[in-house]
Design a protein around this ligand. Structure first.
Ligand code: 5GP
Ligand code: ZN
Length: 113
């Protein structure tokens, strides 16, 4: 989608601290980190949120989670980490392009606000 910031990051049209690129996804550091490690893992395909994912996206969704795991290993998050998927207004989603947050490097509180 032409006016989507994450599509632009995925295409390299907007700069980011890119950490991982695969055929169907990219991972980059969040601009406004909420933990020592805060990485976003996104599909190159524009999917607004999990709500809009379809059966044909099954492999892509699996690849995204495995990329999150790969980034956690690279960041040495042996003490644990959190994976967050915000969906829609009540879910706190601000960028309408599906993205997994990988948060780690400190003890995280529960429940979220
Ligand atoms: P959401 O609130 O939609 O779950 O998360 C969006 C995330 O994207 C936020 O954590 C925000 O800091 C991050 N973000 C928004 N715009 C940019 C950007 O242009 N570059 C990067 N690296 N992160 C961004
Ligand atoms: Zn997009």
């Amino acid at each position: 989608m032409s006016d989507c910031i994450f599509c632009k990051i995925a295409k390299g049209e907007v700069p980011s601290e890119l950490l991982l690129e695969k055929e169907n996804l990219v991972a980059f550091r969040d601009l406004n980190p909420q933990a020592p490690t805060h990485i976003l893992v996104i599909p190159k395909k524009h999917i607004v949120s999990l709500d809009q994912a379809e059966a044909e996206d099954r492999d892509l969704l699996g690849d995204l989670l495995l990329a999150v795991q790969e980034m956690a290993q690279r960041e040495n998050l042996e003490m644990g980490y959190r994976v967050v998927l915000n969906i829609g207004t009540h879910g706190g989603q601000t960028v309408p392009h599906l993205h997994f947050h990988l948060l780690g490097g400190r003890s995280l509180q529960w429940p979220p606000g």
